[in-house]
Design a protein around this ligand. Structure first.
Ligand SMILES: Cc1cc2nc3c(=O)[nH]c(=O)nc-3n(C[C@H](O)[C@H](O)[C@H](O)COP(=O)(O)O)c2cc1C
Length: 156
């Protein structure tokens, strides 16, 4: 599958944001979270999905961008995942363009730092380290702020 088939990286796109409560025990977190991110990045790169995953001790907030049916199917799969619960849809709809077009799945923290430059997607299935100095765009900042606001009470 190519981005041409799934919606180009700069074409209108469907974005879905949900929040969920982590069920991963504290001692398992580093390994399990690394597994989730590794799997998500390679599967998302193949499926033309981009996005960001905000992780705190107790919560996940994830933005998924791509072709609508692909994003909805992935969301249904993620909803069934026993590693989290109380999966709640925050927003979904068409957007003018991808906000996380460089990231098959960026990991972001709740602290508000510009911490998403982790791994960027370079075409289909190819992942390269993103430059640590790439500044966030206004759109990225706005979406990340909205994601962080979903769990505001938890992180204050
Ligand atoms: C918080 C969270 C986020 C996830 N994000 C993704 C993702 O972006 N892409 C993905 O393919 N799988 C993601 N997964 C993993 C899926 O839930 C699922 O395990 C994976 O798609 C494999 O599904 P399958 O076993 O039905 O093939 C995530 C899981 C969790 C708990």
């Amino acid at each position: 599958m190519t981005y041409a088939a799934t919606g180009g990286l700069s074409d209108p796109v469907f974005r879905l944001v949900y929040r969920s409560h982590s069920r991963i025990p504290g001692e398992d977190r580093p390994v399990t979270l690394a597994e989730i991110l590794r799997g998500a990045r390679s599967a998302n790169a193949r499926a033309g999905i981009t996005g960001a995953l905000l992780i705190t001790d107790n919560w996940f907030v994830q933005a998924l961008e791509g072709d609508e049916s692909t994003v909805r199917a992935l969301y249904e799969r993620i909803r069934q995942d026993a590693r989290h619960e109380n999966v709640t849809l925050i927003e979904s709809g068409s957007q003018d363009a991808r906000v996380f077009s460089q990231w098959a799945m960026a990991q972001v923290s709740a602290s508000g730092q510009a911490d998403i430059p982790l791994e960027a997607t370079e075409g289909e299935g190819v992942i390269r380290p993103a430059a640590a100095t790439e500044p966030l765009t206004r759109e990225q900042t706005a979406v990340l702020r909205a994601m962080r606001n979903c769990i505001g009470a938890d992180v204050l």
